[in-house]
Write a protein that binds this ligand. Structure first.
Ligand code: ZN
Length: 299
């Protein structure tokens, strides 16, 4: 079943909710990058958060990048969402794995990501300069870090839950998440009620693995709140690379560098980090690009 994202509010308009299923999205990332259970969980959680935050943007031209630079063995984790919530991503060391945590037999995501480092969120709002926010990592568990970022960097009190359940054969059994945000003017007693709900809430993957829909999961999580679903949309893993864009990237390295590549390698191979597509540019084509750069300079 394709992944979907829903946007909902409580009937009094005080609380906004974004929730999604992400089994196919994470499975596609795992297939492209040959992920382990650990990196499926870590990159998967980042992809889910990025999709939820990206879907919340206003305009079609906007994009949102989430980047974790932790001190764990996975290294940097990057995910990019368009304004529909379609995502792509990668991590530095996709083949790293760690033993499950002793205390609860769960995947040690914070051990892989690292407990120290930074979380950056870059919003490209199709203006000259993108908006960049950065905070220190809180735990490396991803959801807690996102919550802390939203509270400190954007002053939005939020609750974030993200989950990826990996099966014994390393396939993705369930994945999804939600972000609940308090809108300005919310009453203290509602905050207390929400906190109580979240304390009692079951894990996202548990709910989804049991076959609950997103609506059922929210109903079971936000007990006592009247929820109205505003809209829903399909989401998934989608790369935006193309031969044309790759051409632009090659041209941006400049005439001199390009000539060195032609002399030394005779061709250029560019691998997309997000989808592993390979673009090969033969010598003739590279010479054409050199001409194009020269012509541009003369203009
Ligand atoms: Zn690509």
């Amino acid at each position: 079943m394709a992944d979907r994202i829903i946007r909902a509010v409580t009937c009094d308009g005080a609380i906004k909710i974004l929730a999604m299923t992400a089994k196919e999205t994470v499975a596609e990332a795992a297939r492209i990058h040959d992920l382990t259970p650990l990196t499926s969980a870590a990159l998967g959680r980042v992809l889910i958060a990025t999709s939820l935050l990206g879907n919340d943007m206003k305009s079609d031209e906007h994009s949102l990048t989430v980047r974790f630079d932790g001190n764990g063995p996975i290294g940097s984790i990057v995910a990019v969402s368009d304004s529909d919530g379609y995502v792509r991503g990668y991590c530095r060391n996709p083949h790293v794995d760690l033993p499950v945590r002793e205390k609860d037999r769960k995947i040690d995501v914070s051990g892989g990501v690292g407990r120290e480092g930074t979380l950056s969120i870059i919003k490209d709002l199709a203006m000259k300069e993108p908006y960049i926010g950065q905070t220190g990592l809180v735990s490396g568990e991803i959801a807690e870090d996102i919550t802390a970022y939203l509270a400190t960097s954007e002053q939005i009190p939020s609750v974030c839950a993200l989950g990826v359940l990996v099966d014994r054969d390393w396939s993705i059994r369930a994945a999804g998440g939600y972000i609940i945000q308090l809108l300005p003017g919310v009453y203290d007693d509602e905050i207390d009620r929400l906190e109580e709900c979240i304390k009692q809430a079951r894990a996202v993957t548990e709910c989804l693995d049991e076959g609950m829909s997103l609506e059922e999961m929210l109903e079971k999580t936000l007990i006592g709140f009247d929820i109205e679903v505003l809209d829903e949309a399909p989401v998934g893993y989608r790369c935006t690379c193309s031969r044309e864009r790759t051409r632009g990237v090659i041209m941006s390295i400049g005439e001199e560098e390009l000539r060195t590549i032609i002399d030394e390698d005779g061709k250029a191979e560019v691998n997309c980090q997000f989808c592993d597509n390979k673009y090969v540019f033969e010598k003739d084509e590279l010479l054409e690009l050199v001409e194009e750069i020269k012509n541009k300079k003369e203009e």
